[in-house]
Unconditional design. Structure first.
Lengths: 87, 124
């Protein structure tokens, strides 16, 4: 389906739009938020490509990517505070 | 194009629109708290719409996995934003407010505010 691939392309470009925030920061939290937004966009891109190519197997990749994205945010948030109780 | 193709295309357009809102917010808002606020809501809604588009287009076997993925994202994206913001607050980063004299520069260093009371006592 062309519409889904077109939407996936637009989401990739929007994900690239989050990169300036990742580079400039200025705090660690800003970078983590930017990476989190980029990761969420990547999950949607993988799902849209899976639907466009009619390959349901790609959805496992998206699921694992979402899991790693969540763990990255929690890990970095815990790492940033010494006593570690962020949840 | 399948019967659900128009619906899938509409959902995909909505997904792109909300993600655009999230990215603009990430780029333009003045501090970490406002940025986390923008991305944790607009980006989550954009992701759910995008997964819905994929589910409508794929149907059947992929639908269950996509529903699982949507529930997972709906639970974890706000949780991650909460954890990051709380870590920043524990580090003493003050939220930007209109009257505190700092310029509304999206790339300015955040103030750390007045020193928090230390657990050592005042005497000594």
């Amino acid at each position: 389906m062309d519409a889904l691939l077109l939407a996936a392309t637009a989401l990739v470009l929007l994900g690239l739009g989050a990169l300036p925030r990742l580079v400039r920061g200025p705090t660690v939290g800003d970078r983590v938020v930017a990476v989190n937004a980029l990761g969420t966009t990547t999950v949607v891109v993988i799902a849209l490509v899976a639907a466009a190519l009619e390959e349901p197997g790609f959805l496992d990749v998206a699921l694992v990517y979402a899991l790693l994205n969540f763990l990255l945010s929690i890990g970095l948030a815990k790492f940033a505070v010494e006593r570690g109780g962020v949840l | 194009m399948r019967p659900g193709g128009v619906l899938a295309a509409g959902l995909a357009v909505g997904s792109v629109a909300f993600t655009l809102v999230a990215v603009v917010g990430l780029y333009r808002l003045p501090d970490l708290y406002a940025r986390a606020h923008a991305t944790s809501k607009a980006d989550t809604l954009g992701a759910l719409l995008g997964l819905g588009a994929a589910g409508v287009a794929l149907g059947g076997e992929g639908g269950v996995k996509l529903a699982l993925l949507a529930v997972f994202l709906l639970a974890t994206a706000p949780t991650a934003a909460h954890a990051v913001v709380r870590a920043a607050h524990d580090q003493g980063i003050e939220p930007w407010t209109r009257g505190d004299g700092r310029a509304r520069d999206p790339d300015a260093e955040p103030g750390t505010g007045p020193e928090r009371e230390s657990d050592g006592g005042a005497d000594g």
